[in-house]
Design a protein around this ligand. Structure first.
Ligand code: GDG
Length: 476
């Protein structure tokens, strides 16, 4: 039987209209393989053990329901109040509550039961992100022997930070049940290998793969990207100019889910600092789009309030009757408008304190006119900075540094802007989301299997190392 792809993620795409790169990238491969996507239904409900068909063809999307308690303990709790801050180096925000980890394990176990019923022996399973780390562990304990890949969209945690977990040793164990672990950057791979080096249960094979008990995991970076053509299509859509009333003389843009990891407070402070020292008579505008996110978590409520205060403060100090320096939009903006807004901007601010990749950086670059492009100001702590070395890289903890970059960007000669943009655009094109998905699946399809699996499967290499050496490529 030909194999199909089964994608599992916490959230399931419900429609196609506002698709990001991940959805578009997987859309084709799912449609071609007769595959399916399993994820949580956007509405809570009681789990009646059956998966509901949602969305429309060309591939099947099957949803499970989370109860209100699951949402609180598994999603907002362990996933977003423990793992998220821990992976983003915000140990101060890690919030251990009774029941969080138990719910996380229980939801993963339940999802594993559903997947085990769906998967045929040759199917490839691709699990996404920190909500589902123990899924392969649960699937293996149900006897599922398929190749299973995992992609972590957020930074791999530092070894020391893992000690903030109640059971830090679980992390290495959970991952070891995947055949392939995909990470965003070479830096993430280095942190992951550091974790295994410090673990007496792990051993490095000559190929660089990690052997953990009888299991072999290939660990590699696969920098995620965007659907370039799809995003640029937004440039041609719609008639209305977003600045019909008043087009700013210099526009700086920021687009982020409202999250404390995105460095928004220092970004706003830096724009304030720039205003203080800007060339006399200039009236730049900073447009920040920041749709709400995880509003039930206290840390998100705090940052929302602080941002309102700081933007009010700066506008209060500098605004004139016909000039509002900061336009802070705390709402979701239609995806098709984003490309045109990026295209109108002279600079984009990405100031993450920690970030797996940051797709906004790539979207901004993709939306520029190559003959007269804007300048990307990029935090050195965003995964995107590893390859986008020609962006203006900044230290997001240093307000003066960001303010200086704004000054440099707005004064940058065209020749330099064109050259820097070309170099960044090469990265955007090389990491296109469709290439990213194909590369991951190709590597997953060739990954060495576990040692016991090899002994049980006649006709396949039984050493468990030879194939690993020839196929596995480990980025350190
Ligand atoms: C995680 C990791 C990693 C933002 N505001 C609006 C809107 N957006 C879109 C952007 C972009 C996406 O949301 C945000 O992607 P990022 O990559 O910047 O950040 P996360 O949401 O934190 O994503 C991250 C990513 O996964 C992929 O692996 O890069 O590091 O944290 O596409 O354009 N879209 C619309 N309206 C908005 O107001 N339609």
């Amino acid at each position: 039987m030909p194999s199909k792809l089964i994608v599992v993620s916490n959230r399931i795409p419900m429609g196609d209209s506002s698709s990001g790169g991940l959805v578009v990238a997987l859309h084709d491969v799912l449609a071609r393989s007769g595959g399916l996507w399993v994820g949580a239904h956007p509405d809570t409900g009681s789990d009646d053990r059956t998966l509901e068909l949602v969305g429309s063809e060309p591939y099947r999307r099957l949803a499970f329901r989370l109860s209100e308690t699951d949402l609180k303990n598994y999603y907002l709790g362990f996933s977003n109040s423990v793992l998220w801050p821990l992976c983003h180096r915000r140990g101060d925000l890690v919030d251990h509550q009774p029941g969080f980890e138990e719910a996380y394990r229980a939801v993963n176990r339940r999802i594993a039961l559903r997947i085990a019923e769906l998967a045929d022996p040759e199917d490839l399973l691709w699990v996404h992100d920190y909500h589902l780390l123990p899924l392969a562990y649960e699937l293996r304990s149900l006897g599922v022997r398929n190749r299973i890949g995992f992609f972590l969209h957020i930074p791999f945690p530092a070894l020391g930070d893992l000690s903030m977990l109640a059971n830090p040793e679980n992390f290495a164990e959970w991952i070891s049940h995947y055949n392939l672990l995909g990470l965003q950057t070479r830096g993430d791979v280095a942190r992951c290998l550091e974790m295994y080096r410090a673990d007496p249960r792990a051993e490095f094979l000559p190929s660089g793969c990690v052997r953990f008990r009888d299991r072999i995991t290939t660990i590699r970076s696969f920098p995620i990207g965007i659907d370039v053509e799809g995003f640029r299509a937004g440039l041609l859509e719609g008639e209305d100019c977003p600045f019909a009333q008043e087009k700013p003389e210099a526009l700086i843009i920021g687009v982020d889910r409202l999250d404390y990891t995105k460095g928004l407070l220092n970004r706003f402070r830096a724009f304030g600092r720039y205003l203080e020292t800007r060339p006399e008579g200039t009236r730049p505008c900073f447009l920040q789009i920041a749709p709400p996110s995880r509003e039930k978590v206290q840390a998100y409520q705090d940052i929302t309030r602080e941002l309102e205060e700081i933007s009010g403060h700066i506008n209060g100090a500098y605004a004139e009757i016909d000039w509002t320096p900061i336009r802070y939009i705390h709402r979701n903006v239609e995806r098709k408008s984003l490309a045109r807004l990026h295209n109108m901007a002279q600079a984009c601010l990405v100031t993450s304190l920690a970030d797996g990749m940051n797709l906004v950086a790539k979207e901004f670059v993709a939306a520029q006119d190559p003959g007269d492009p804007g300048v990307l100001i990029l935090s050195r702590f965003a995964g995107a900075a590893e390859d986008m070395t020609e962006a203006l890289q900044v230290n997001p903890y240093d307000v003066e540094d960001i303010a200086a970059a704004i000054r440099q960007a707005l004064a940058m000669p065209k020749l330099e802007r064109v050259a820097r943009h070309r170099a960044c655009m090469d990265v955007v094109e090389d990491t296109e989301s469709s290439v990213w998905a194909k590369t991951f699946l190709k590597v997953l399809g060739k990954c060495p299997l576990s040692l016991t699996e090899k002994l049980l499967t006649p006709g396949k290499d039984s050493s468990g190392t030879e194939e690993a050496e020839s196929d596995a490529e480990v980025h350190r």
